[in-house]
Design a protein around this ligand. Structure first.
Ligand code: B12
Length: 315
């Protein structure tokens, strides 16, 4: 298809869109370059060649911010509008999204891309150093050396502390404590940033109020749940609590888990662990309540000298 045919096609589409009211062509912008959302403009990889002036140059796309209409049904003329709204209110799943022919509507596509960007940010970003400093958390690292890309591809290395980490932990941490708190980035920096300020004091005070010793807390970069075993071997605590960012969902990045184990050691598996999951405000387990619950479980683990499946059987 040459430029003339392409322009004719685009012009026909624009005329159709104008007729439907989906785009506006402000008089003042006539003759100026087209206004295109920056995400779309910057993602273009098609080599650009100067084109002859066409009505497209006066086009401006004027869609409302799709994140503000997330819960609005986009199905055109639904048979049961109230039923559809009720259905949508009952789940966070993407339903009632409508369509344009066999495809998503533009608003839905932009919402999906926006939500996906939130997920990517949470996954690839590091936890804010200022937050770690606020709680005097020193940082150690697992055996990952190749950044987040390697972290994603090699979960096995994320379960092992590197040699420096072992030395630093040995130097700085009190040993044989009742409860050892560890914070790990896991799969979402945003989850730690959203919840640590609230849950940390509850855990510390809760443990101390129960008359138990609270070990020297620290932060593990590129952490997987299994790193608890290394921590258990080094510090020999009764209970390890690992706060870690959960795998983010689309548009939901602030969900944190507290994985726990009684006297974790080499060879322990998830069957030896417990988890309090979905810790976040407004819709999940509130971090204040979650913290109190985690302290209760720690006490139960000490009482029964067990965690995971063995704890369930002991109850
Ligand atoms: C990914 C995932 C899995 C994957 C883990 C594979 C992997 N290598 O990543 C698979 C599909 C194997 C899985 C299986 C199960 N899972 Co799962 N899983 C998740 C999910 C979606 C994300 C977890 C995450 O982000 N972890 C953080 C990252 C950093 O950890 P990681 O080191 O990469 O991966 C470890 C953990 O994910 C852990 N893990 C995963 N699920 C569970 C469940 C329990 C009880 C424990 C102790 C550990 C654990 O296993 C991985 C290897 O060590 C969560 C949902 C959520 N909201 O958290 C549910 C979730 C944690 N899983 C859950 C459950 C119930 C299970 C199963 C018991 C299901 C079953 N009946 O078989 C099994 C148990 C698995 C086991 N390891 O023994 C529940 C836990 C509920 C609870 N409070 O007890 C959750 C919260 C989902 C839910 N809402 O129901 N899971």
């Amino acid at each position: 298809m040459d430029d003339t045919q392409l322009n004719a096609l685009v012009d026909a589409i624009v005329r159709e869109l104008k007729a439907s009211g989906a785009v506006k062509t402000p008089a003042s912008s006539a003759g100026t370059p087209a206004s295109v959302p920056s995400t779309l403009a910057s993602s273009s990889t098609v080599p650009s060649k100067p084109r002859p002036q066409s009505p497209v140059s006066s086009l401006s796309i004027d869609l409302p911010d799709p994140t503000l209409t997330r819960s609005t049904p986009r199905v055109k003329n639904p048979k049961d509008a109230d039923g559809l709204k009720a259905l949508m209110a009952s789940t966070t799943a993407r339903i009632g999204v409508g369509r344009a022919g066999p495809r998503y509507s533009t608003a839905e596509l932009l919402l999906f891309q926006g939500d996906h960007a939130v997920t990517q940010d949470a996954l690839y970003r590091d936890v804010d150093q200022k937050l770690l400093d606020e709680f005097n958390l020193f940082t150690v690292q697992t055996k990952i050396t190749g950044g987040k890309q390697e972290y994603l591809l090699r979960p096995d290395l994320g379960r092992l502390l590197n040699d420096d980490a072992k030395r630093i932990i040995n130097e700085k941490c009190q040993k044989n404590v009742n409860v050892q708190l560890v914070v790990g980035d896991g799969l979402s920096a945003a989850a730690i940033e959203a919840n640590l300020r609230q849950i940390f004091p509850v855990l510390k005070q809760g443990v101390q109020t129960a008359g138990l010793t609270f070990g020297t807390p620290f932060f593990v970069k590129y952490a997987r749940v299994g790193v608890m075993n290394d921590v258990g071997e080094l510090i020999k605590p009764d209970v390890v609590i690992l706060l870690i960012g959960e795998r983010p969902g689309l548009g939901r990045a602030e969900s944190m888990s507290a994985y726990m184990g009684y006297k974790p050691k080499y060879g322990d598996t998830d069957a030896d662990r417990d988890v309090v999951c979905n810790i976040f405000e407004n819709g999940g387990t509130n971090p204040l309540e979650g913290g109190a619950f985690v302290v209760q479980i720690a006490q139960k683990m000490r009482k029964h000298q067990a965690s995971g499946v063995k704890l369930k059987l002991a109850n």
